[in-house]
Design a binder for this molecule. Structure first.
Ligand SMILES: [Zn+2]
Length: 266
């Protein structure tokens, strides 16, 4: 058939491709990303717009709204507004338009948190807003003392913080969050990194503290994990258990019980 004989073209540089990408890959000519959406080859930016339009659909935002908003912003900026800037403006307008009583408001703040996370910015304030406005519609499973819920994009932001060595910042947000297994797993990984850094310094007290404080926290929220998501909190890896054992062997039993007492007071 004619349709299949036509060589696919890179959506970035428009050169003919030898093979048709079936998922995200780099163009062999220009090096830019080629993505696949609804069977079509699109640029990274086109895919980003399409993905956002799917997410904005529940608010009634159409392609036309998006393009209009982008055009208006571009005029205001004096150069082409980015996809993220456009989405940000749309979300801000939605807050004004929806009004305080809308059930959609929580979702708007959640999208703001995603957008901030994707840009490597701290999403905490938007997550807290989401929790605040969502409070009136909260289900019984929500934990009152935990302010925020971390989803995919926020967890990716957490992993980015860990990569950059900003473990304390990551922990601060994780401790505010509903202790789902995914959240606990990030805390566990942070504890592992902190314990390994302490090991380099030969600080065995700190090694035990970091690893045991995760265990205590996971134990504290075990019932939540099991009841709500039917999963045990993630356990330390075998090598972390070995490290814990190794560190404990280097401490007196008196020191270890002091550490345990201090952990139970937190
Ligand atoms: Zn290309």
């Amino acid at each position: 058939m004619f349709f299949f004989q036509r060589k696919p073209k890179c959506p970035n540089c428009n050169l003919e491709l030898q093979t048709r990408p079936s998922r995200k890959e780099n163009c062999p000519y220009c090096g830019d990303f080629i993505l696949v959406r609804h069977g079509k080859l699109v640029t990274e930016e086109q895919a980003k717009v399409m993905d956002w339009l799917v997410r904005l659909e529940i608010f009634g935002v159409t392609r036309r709204d998006f393009d209009r908003q982008r055009e208006a912003l571009s005029k205001q900026f004096g150069n082409r507004a980015s996809v993220n800037d456009t989405v940000w403006r749309i979300l801000n307008n939605l807050i004004l338009r929806l009004g305080k009583s809308s059930v959609l408001l929580e979702q708007v703040y959640r999208e703001m948190a995603s957008l901030a996370s994707n840009e490597g910015k701290d999403p905490t304030q938007y997550l807290i807003q989401a929790k605040k406005v969502g409070g009136r519609f909260q289900n019984a499973s929500a934990i009152p003392q935990k302010q925020v819920f971390l989803a995919h994009d926020e967890l990716r932001y957490i992993r980015q913080l860990r990569k950059e060595g900003k473990i304390d910042k990551a922990d601060a947000l994780l401790l505010k969050a509903e202790p789902t297994p995914a959240v606990l797993d990030e805390l566990r990984k942070n504890a592992s990194v902190k314990a390994r850094n302490a090991k380099k310094d030969g600080d065995w007290v700190a090694v035990v503290k970091h690893l045991e404080s995760y265990t205590a926290y996971a134990q504290k929220w075990r019932d939540f994990c099991v009841k709500i998501v039917k999963q045990e909190p993630p356990a330390h890896t075998e090598s972390d258990f070995k490290l814990l054992h190794y560190a404990k062997e280097r401490l007196t039993s008196n020191t270890i019980s002091q550490i345990n007492t201090s952990l139970n007071q937190d």
